[in-house]
Design a protein around this ligand. Structure first.
Ligand SMILES: Nc1ncnc2c1ncn2[C@@H]1O[C@H](COP(=O)(O)OP(=O)(O)O)[C@@H](O)[C@H]1O
Ligand SMILES: [Mg+2]
Length: 153
């Protein structure tokens, strides 16, 4: 059973949930965003970024691999491994250097970099359900669980 499930009827709910999650983020967290194309992963990332105070556009990092953001509280790196990269390409992009104790990493399509990525603290799975989205969240570490507890409270 996932630690937390939520039905998000429309896009605004995904953004609002992301904003709520933003307030519980701690430096060092690795968050996997799992789901098919169109499941709402980038929308959730956009909600998180807005919650942290980002007012500009949120680009889908598919081709750039990673979009970096800096906030007063933390560094946030938004990855998208949709475009499968060979392990060597990933290493050459220096992607490991982004996973630090002072950064939060949001990762779309972590499946495509399995075995190379640090393990997730939190896994968020999104699925299309009717006209909305079903969200399931799991925490795999103590920091992850603490973050979610704060969110539920
Ligand atoms: N809760 C929701 N209900 C309905 N549509 C949503 C919801 N959340 C996001 N969407 C829509 O889903 C579409 C795809 O979203 P996107 O975040 O790009 O998906 P992904 O990154 O998983 O491919 C967008 O048009 C977005 O508006
Ligand atoms: Mg996306």
């Amino acid at each position: 059973m996932p630690l937390l499930t939520r039905y998000l009827p429309e896009e605004a709910d995904t953004l609002a949930f992301g904003s709520a999650l933003a307030f519980c983020l701690k430096p060092g967290l690795v968050i996997y965003l799992i789901g098919e194309l169109g499941a709402g992963k980038t929308t959730l990332a956009r909600g998180i970024l807005r919650g942290l105070g980002h007012t500009g556009k949120v680009k889908s990092p598919s081709f750039a691999l990673v979009e970096p953001y800096t906030f007063s509280r933390l560094y946030l790196y938004h990855f998208d491994f949709y475009r499968f990269m060979k392990p060597r390409e990933l290493e050459e992009a220096g992607f490991r250097e982004y996973f630090r104790p002072d950064s939060v990493c949001l990762v779309e399509w972590p499946e495509n970099a399995a075995g190379l990525l640090p393990a997730a603290d939190i896994r968020i799975t999104m699925t299309v359900q009717g006209s909305g989205r079903q969200l399931e969240i799991d925490a795999d570490t103590e920091v992850g669980r603490r973050c979610l507890k704060q969110l539920i409270r």
